[in-house]
Design a protein around this ligand. Structure first.
Ligand SMILES: N[C@@H](CCC(=O)N[C@@H](CS)C(=O)NCC(=O)O)C(=O)O
Length: 214
């Protein structure tokens, strides 16, 4: 099984955390390697990553990759519970991808554009989405260790890298104490800490100012 990914990429970290949770063996095709980058281009014209290649199948999209791992390489950690609990986990996974990861990416990618092509309206909008989702998540986390309850799930795999970078791009206000404490808990979780540590050598890639912390 091959994972095409980059250690500094938030979506790559989402899948790496899931793989590490069950110590699932895989070949890491790091996109730092130009050969892996070329292979990715031939497998997926959009070149969005990570992608997983296994037994002749190419699996796109992080949530689907993690679903695939649970079906084909199950381990002692079940990241997606059955039934209603699974619905909650999937819903929260979508919330992190759509309303934390997407606006965070907007802020980061806008910074990479040439100055005249920057989109200040879109950036203001993205900051507004982050402010509102931070408030919603803070409320939702009342009395919870992990976002969907007592166990670490797919939704926490999505939460960890999205909140990690979102806080760098648009700081979580000090008043959101539940959300800030959750981010600290995520970063202390061994599989998340491993993914963050593996990305440390690439911090200069962050186009906004990366704070001297975490
Ligand atoms: N919905 C996709 C998003 C993947 C994504 O946006 N990955 C980023 C890296 S974190 C990427 O491919 N960026 C390169 C690009 O936008 O061309 C997923 O869940 O896999």
């Amino acid at each position: 099984m091959k994972l095409y990914a980059h250690p500094f990429s938030s979506y790559s970290q989402k899948v790496l955390i899931a793989l590490y949770e069950n110590a699932t063996p895989f070949e890491y095709r790091s996109l730092e390697d130009p050969a892996a980058d070329a292979e990715l281009a031939s497998l997926w014209p959009l070149k969005r990553f990570p992608i997983l290649v296994d037994q002749g199948r190419t699996i796109l999209e992080t949530t689907t990759i993690i679903e695939y791992l649970q079906i084909h390489y199950p381990g002692s950690v079940r990241l997606i519970p059955d039934g209603d609990e699974g619905l909650e986990v999937r819903m929260l996974d979508r919330v992190f991808d759509n309303y934390v990861m997407t606006p965070m990416q907007k802020l980061v990618l806008d910074q990479l554009r040439p100055e005249p092509d920057r989109d200040s309206y879109g950036v203001t909008e993205a900051r507004g989405v982050l402010d509102r989702i931070y408030a919603w998540l803070d409320e939702r986390l009342t009395g919870r260790s992990w976002i969907a309850g007592d166990t670490f799930t797919l939704a926490d795999c999505a939460a960890a890298p999205s909140l990690f970078y979102a806080d760098w791009a648009h700081q979580i206000p000090p008043t959101r104490t539940n959300l800030r404490a959750y981010r600290v808990r995520l970063l202390a979780h061994p599989t998340v800490a491993r993914a963050v540590d593996e990305a440390r050598p690439y911090r200069s890639y962050f186009p906004l100012v990366a704070p001297e912390r975490d």
